[in-house]
Design a protein around this ligand. Structure first.
Ligand SMILES: [Zn+2]
Ligand SMILES: [Zn+2]
Length: 253
């Protein structure tokens, strides 16, 4: 058989799904340092077996469905019971701690895209551990264009795109936009944050035509929730009946 013929035959088998290249692509051919302890690993998400075990316990920790804070058992935290939930639904893969902070900082400030897989897989694991998500559309938490230029990429959009592929859900980047370049909100109180964020987001002209009934707002980290609440308000205005918040890590305040 000629090489050309062999290649054609191979391509046909792959195209028809008789042979899948995915397992090969999922495997690391050469070991690489574990994202957390730097020990060599072939794990596709980049964790050695010891760190993988620890990581798994993070993904099994219960979080409040109304705000994402760590709780002893699934349901609402005391604050959401007393004062009403912060969001319709929050799904967070894990809590913000030294390790999750390290992973997010690798992506955001060191442009290490190899951690993206761990972030997305953790979010998928968390989704799979609950009842199947009912949202029909993913919306990345919008970043101001100036921030995107400074950073060179938009991590929320990257995560949303990867999740969209894995969950077979559409990702919309043209429903809501950030119109003010907000300074860092660290150290500001609730009223000050609110004042800055009230006009931080705006809907696009076609938002009402594009929005699904149940959407998930995707971000890497949920800090106080003030920005996500401001964005969610806009999404309800556009016609969403339900807005879930889907993040990798939730800061515990
Ligand atoms: Zn490790
Ligand atoms: Zn809560």
């Amino acid at each position: 058989m000629s090489t050309q013929h062999k290649n054609q035959k191979w391509n046909t088998l792959v195209r028809r799904g008789i042979i899948s290249l995915q397992p090969l692509l999922d495997q690391r051919i050469y070991p690489a340092p574990c994202h957390l302890c730097r020990q060599d690993t072939r794990d596709k998400a980049g964790l050695c077996s010891q760190c993988r075990q620890q990581w798994q316990s993070k993904l099994e920790q219960a979080h409040c469905a109304g705000c994402g804070m760590v709780v002893d058992q699934a349901g609402l935290c005391h604050r959401c019971h007393q004062k009403g939930r912060l969001f319709d639904q929050v799904i967070t893969a894990c809590a913000w701690d030294e390790q999750t902070r390290h992973i997010v900082h690798r992506l955001k400030y060191h442009h290490d895209f190899s951690v993206l897989r761990l972030i997305v897989e953790s979010m998928i694991t968390r989704l799979e551990s609950g009842s199947p998500p009912a949202f029909e559309q993913l919306i990345a938490m919008p970043q101001h264009p100036q921030r995107r230029i400074e950073r060179g990429f938009d991590q929320a959009r990257l995560i949303a795109q990867q999740l969209g592929k894995r969950l077979a859900l559409p990702v919309s980047a043209s429903i809501i936009k950030r119109v003010t370049h907000t300074p860092s909100l660290t150290g500001l109180n609730r009223q000050q944050r609110q004042a800055i964020l009230t006009n931080a987001f705006a809907l696009t002209i076609s938002a009402k035509q594009q929005i699904a009934r149940h959407v998930a707002l995707v971000d890497d980290v949920l800090t106080t929730g003030a920005s996500a609440r401001a964005a969610a308000r806009q999404l309800y205005q556009a016609g969403a009946e339900r807005v879930s918040v889907l993040v990798f890590a939730r800061v515990q305040d």
